[in-house]
Design a protein around this ligand. Structure first.
Ligand SMILES: [Cu+2]
Length: 379
């Protein structure tokens, strides 16, 4: 309702402005003065020139204001390449943007209507047209080739490390389910049929597969500095998008179509904090925590596909540890998803495995399905 009233008021405001202008013109006509188009055109020209100057000043001001709080340097190796590509593109686009926008508004000012001026008929100029076709074509071709080179480097399957840390991330409304393969480095099979996919086993994990017995859920994503990560992505309901802004990783999670992304973290969480400590904005106090911002910095995973009402809540913390030892230490503390069936129970009935899909002990899902996995395991 408020939005509608605001919209109606804006429309009304501009209608009144137009009507005032019209009335003004009419009254001048009635008074026999006629319109002084020259003066109006000149005034319009000044305003357009003033606008473009104010516009450029505001851009410089905004960059100065916002650049320090924008996302910091890339925390992954391939991210440095995409950043570089971004800056090269930005450089060329800025030049083109300034030249064309300034020309557009300057011409409106310089060649405003006047009784003393006569329009010069100038149909075309081949030389000029060749120049403004060939130069952008070359620049764009260079940018495209650069982009393709980086793309092929990032998605070069041959050069991938076979011992990469593999994490399986499945998205659903509205959370991420991160499955780690455990100490054996192998995931338990998933069987995608109605017998295996149940409300308590949303991924259809085959509990008869011994590899599934040490798989665990994690409420945060843990990676190792310098060790490549292969994230295997999927979705249960709608399209979500796996976004690690600090690592420049972005990949859609599509129901029914597995996707993946391979990258190597470059800085641990601690190293990133140490770096941020050197930047002025990150030293300002965060009113919510009462601490300098760098101190509470966390890498994060977010969903970047508007996937529904609670899309904004799809976040997870990402931690980069310094080495394998620290990772192993963390892994030892995790509890497997699998709970061995009771002796008299149906050991062969894989659907009866009492695992739950709750990945986040604070989620509503947990409240519905009972106790979090960790608690079940302890019993
Ligand atoms: Cu989502």
């Amino acid at each position: 309702m408020l939005a509608f009233v605001t919209f109606a008021l804006i429309v009304l405001f501009f209608t009144v402005l137009v009507l005032i202008g019209k009335t003004n013109e009419l009254s001048e006509d009635i008074a026999g003065k006629g319109m002084n188009y020259d003066a109006k055109s000149k005034w319009n020209g000044y305003m357009l020139l003033g606008f473009v100057i104010a516009f450029f000043i505001s851009i410089v001001y905004q960059v100065k204001l916002l650049a320090p709080i924008m996302i910091p340097k890339s925390a992954s190796y391939h991210g440095e390449k995409t950043d570089n590509l971004f800056y090269v593109t930005l450089f060329f686009m800025t030049i083109v943007f300034i030249l064309t926008q300034f020309a557009l508004f300057y011409f409106a000012y310089r060649y405003n209507q006047s009784k003393n001026k006569k329009a010069y008929f100038y149909s075309h100029n081949n030389k000029l047209e060749v120049i403004w076709t060939v130069i952008p074509a070359i620049v764009l071709a260079v940018l495209v080739v650069m982009g393709m080179r980086v793309w092929f480097q990032i998605f070069d399957v041959e050069s991938r490390d076979k011992n990469a840390l593999v994490v399986e991330v499945t998205a659903k409304q509205f959370q991420w389910m991160a499955r780690y393969p455990g100490a054996d480095g192998k995931f338990g099979h998933r069987i995608l049929d109605t017998a295996h996919i149940t409300p308590t086993n949303e991924l259809g994990i085959d509990w008869t597969d011994p590899n599934s017995h040490d798989d665990f859920w994690s409420d945060k994503l843990v990676f190792i500095k310098g060790k490549p990560v292969l994230v295997k992505l999927g979705a249960l309901d709608v399209i979500h998008s796996f976004y690690l802004p600090h690592f420049r990783v972005k990949m859609d999670c599509v129901p029914g179509i597995p996707t993946q992304f391979y990258f190597t973290p470059k800085y641990t969480t601690e190293e990133m904090r140490d770096y941020l400590k050197t930047l002025p904005w990150w030293n300002t106090i965060n009113p919510e925590t009462g601490e300098p911002r760098w101190k509470t910095f966390k890498y994060e995973l977010a969903c970047t596909e508007i996937c529904g009402r609670s899309h904004y809540g799809m976040q997870k913390e990402v931690v980069v540890v310094k080495d394998q030892a620290e990772y192993d230490e963390w892994m030892k503390k995790q509890s497997p998803i699998y709970v061995a069936p009771k002796a008299e129970g149906t050991a062969t009935d894989s659907t009866a495995a009492p695992a739950t899909a709750a990945t986040d002990s604070t989620s509503k899902e947990t409240a519905k399905t009972g106790k979090p996995v960790a608690e079940l395991v302890k019993k």
